[in-house]
Design a protein around this ligand. Structure first.
Ligand SMILES: [Zn+2]
Length: 250
């Protein structure tokens, strides 16, 4: 990403970093989680919020590593994994070689998030039932939050709105069907823009109906997705125009 990204280290030879915009959401989330524990002393509640927010973002990083490691199996390198305002992103150095690779790399993230959700729901249930009355409410709460976050990651990313994972799976299927990665990306990007627009309208209507400014965050997210879809579509059009030019010149 940009100069505003702080490198945390390298894992599996992939640079892991956080963008400055992530620090903002991290603090916001940590405080919101601390506020959930209204009855506890403030320092303990803040520590819980800080720890839980870290666990939630670790889930996002795990999701991105699932993409990166499956990509590696197909010979696609990942240069970096970055946490930013809207979550995480794994930057692949080149395009997947086949539609099957494209779909497998895309599915890996939500699949791992789904597995982690099951594991943490199981852990929350086990802690709650194995040691009742041991004052372990925070551990159950933490495991439940991590489970919910992973379930949301799995479901939300599976929406077929390119460039989100579900949209990449759609692109892989279209690529397989039409044997044309450019056309597949263009169609997937247009479907993605449709979802992004629906998302923006839903966010505005919900914010207006509930008078809750929180929903405007979804407006930002929808705008980001719309821009991503639009720029993918434009890039594909440019590549196609260049191919035609090269074809005409040859
Ligand atoms: Zn993903």
């Amino acid at each position: 990403m940009s100069r505003l990204t702080l490198t945390l280290g390298r894992v599996f030879d992939i640079r892991v970093g956080v963008h400055a915009s992530w620090l903002f959401v991290y603090v916001l989330l940590a405080v919101a989680l601390a506020n959930e524990l209204g009855a506890e002393p403030r320092p303990a509640a803040l520590a819980f919020g800080a720890l839980t927010a870290l666990a939630l973002f670790a889930s996002v990083v795990a999701h991105e590593f699932a993409h990166a490691l499956v990509a590696r199996r197909y010979g696609v390198k990942t240069s970096e994994i970055t946490l930013f305002l809207f979550g995480g992103v794994a930057t692949l150095e080149n395009e997947p070689p086949t539609p099957q690779a494209d779909a497998a790399i895309a599915i890996a993230g939500p699949a791992l998030s789904g597995l982690l959700a099951c594991a943490f729901f199981g852990a929350a249930f086990a802690i709650g039932h194995a040691f009742p009355g041991l004052g372990h409410g925070d551990a159950v709460r933490l495991a439940s939050y991590v489970a919910i976050a992973n379930a949301v990651l799995a479901v939300f990313n599976a929406i077929p709105a390119y460039p989100m994972d579900g949209g990449r799976v759609l692109r892989g299927l279209l690529w397989h069907r039409f044997r044309d990665p450019l056309a597949a990306t263009t169609i997937a990007a247009r479907v993605g823009m449709g979802f992004a627009l629906a998302f923006i309208v839903a966010a505005v209507l919900t914010a207006a109906a509930t008078q809750d400014a929180f929903y405007l965050w979804y407006l930002l997210l929808g705008t980001f997705l719309l821009h991503q879809g639009w720029s993918s579509e434009r890039t594909m059009r440019r590549i196609r125009a260049r191919d035609v030019e090269v074809g005409a010149a040859a």
